[in-house]
Every structure is written in structure tokens, then in C-alpha cells.
Ligand binder design. Sequence first.
Ligand SMILES: C[S@@+](CC[C@H](N)C(=O)[O-])C[C@H]1O[C@@H](n2cnc3c(N)ncnc32)[C@H](O)[C@@H]1O
Length: 338
Amino acid sequence: MEARVDTTRLQRLARSYAETAVFYAAIDLELFTHVSRGAGSIAALAQAMGTTELNAERLVTVTLALGLLELADDGSLRNAADCEKFMVKDSPRYAGAWMTFTRAEVPDWFNLTERLTDQTPPTELGMYADLTVERARKYHRATASIGMGAARRFCRHVDLRGRRRMLDLGGGSGAYSITAVQTFDGLEAIVLDLPPVVVVSQEYIDDNGVADRVTTHGADFINDPLPTGCDVAVMASNLPIYSAENIAKVVQKTFEVLEPGGEMHLIGETLNANGVGPVDAALWGMAEVNYGDNGSGGRAHTVTECIGYFEAAGFVEVENVDFVAGTLTRTTGRKPLG
Ligand SMILES: C[S@@+](CC[C@H](N)C(=O)[O-])C[C@H]1O[C@@H](n2cnc3c(N)ncnc32)[C@H](O)[C@@H]1O
């Protein structure tokens, strides 16, 4: 018998913005923090959040349905494991800044039809074209809350023992550089980012006590020369910001400045080889339409394209591996010795 086709999925999609709104409200009202501190009932939560019991019940009902809260055996409320680990304020793992990172873009998303039909050419740098130090500081408060965890994962996946100097392209908060020098004895790193951003990178470097091993370099990795003398290069979380042409250009420039035998890692939200999904990578590409006067030139790139950028540049032993399943992949290659 043919499967019955219905509208359930489409109806859910038509209203999935409400899930985001509920999550933002839960963050604003510190729902997960209160639950972690022992507010295990609707009455206790209403008091802690300053809502009516009816509204606390509404919020609890949705967050239970979404699996963000769970019911313990005794009927009390508890956080799901990810909310307990990342959504409790004052925890070193608190990622609230990252979860609300794109909140200011909500009105743009609901203007998407107009953006998509605008024929004005995009600006190359998108949201980065007119960065100030203050905006970079706010931006990287969010990226650091997630980037340090990603950097620890990178250092577990990639053995940099014996490497001497790492070039961290678009290094932002310096998460990868800071974590890598803390993990690997003798490694130094250069955080390369746009001039207003490296002021902020330096603050993170100083706060983490690694200023003797991590330096900064203010530059535009598309248009400026890259520093030489590095045997590792990392470019993390800026893949959808740029066009295929520009990503290929940075990979090529990196290949040229790397020491023979050096390695490059490109970590980013990547589409599957056939260009179908995952949704997250596709949406990061779409987000670029919202930036700059009429979007940046950025888009989602496939695994096959990423491998192609590396091979065209001259890298060998090129491969693409999962970094965070369903979200991020890591393309890697080595510069031949001779
Ligand atoms: C999403 S952040 C990622 C930061 C860091 N790599 C991490 O994973 O935590 C992207 C970074 O790329 C930088 N960036 C974007 N375009 C750049 C360019 N043309 N030259 C240098 N840095 C750039 C941005 O300023 C920003 O710091």
C-alpha cells in the first residue's frame, strides 16, 4: 500500500519559528539555571522566573515536549543532559551567548523573500566589512563560548606533537591557538584576523596566560599576504562566509606559505558530497544573504568542493572527516616535502 501523504511535516515547518522563540525566552528567564539550582516544580519556577504559574506551565510544557527538560522518577523537573552542561549560567561551559548569537537577525530572516529577489551584487566581506573593536568583542564573547570546546575537540582529533608554529586563519577569540599551545608542548601560534578583531584576540590570549606563545596578525586573509614560517594552518568556522573562488584562493595562499611537510585543516559547516543536507550547513549558507548591503558572496560548500580546493592548491593526502557529526567537517591535507 502506498504511504499516506499528509501535511504534518509542513505544518510543523510553518511554525518552527515558535520553537526558537521559546528557547530564547527560556534563556532570558534562566529556566535551565533555576532548574539546575533545584526549582523542580511549576510553582517554584514561576516564582524564580517572575512569571504567572500559567505561563510557567506553558514554558515547561513546551520545553518538556522539546526534550529540553525531563521528568525525574519522582515527577520533579530536571534539565536534559545538554541543557545541564551548556545552559546553566555561571558554569564555565555556559553557551547562552552562542545560542542567541544570531538573535538580532530574526527580523532579517522574516524579510527573506525581499532579500532573495534583490538583484544588487553582494559585498565580499558581508558582516565583517565594517567591524569595530566593540562589535568584535561582543561577537567573540559568543564564539568563544562554543569555540573553546570545538578547539579541545580539534586537539583530541589532531596530533600536533612536533609541530612548531600554527597559523590560525580567522582565529577570532584565538580559541584554537590558545587550546593548541596549552595542549602541545613547544607549539606557537599566530592568530590572523581582521585588524579590529585581533585587538580582541589579544585580550583572550592575555586572559589565558599564553602571550609568550601566541601572537596576533591583523590582516584580511583574502586580500593580504599571509605570514610565513608555519607548519600547521587551521581555518575554523568561516567556510560559508565566502564564495568558492575566495575559499580556493585562501587555501592556495596557505599552501604557498606553509613549510614543506606542513598540514592544513579547514573546519566548517559542510554539505554532503551530493549537496543534499545537512540542514544546518545549508542554513549557514543561506544566512549570508542577510549580511552586508545585500548579503556576502558566501554560500554552503560541499565536501567534494572542499576536497577540490585542497587538491587544486597542491595538497596531498587530502581527506574530509566528520568533526561534529551532522554539522561540521574537517578537510585536511599535507604540503609535499619536495
Ligand atoms: C565565526 S568566527 C570563527 C572564529 C574562530 N576560528 C573559532 O572557530 O572560534 C569567523 C572569524 O573569521 C574572521 N574573518 C572573516 N573574514 C576574514 C578575512 N577576510 N580575513 C581575516 N579574518 C576574517 C572573522 O573576523 C571572525 O573572527
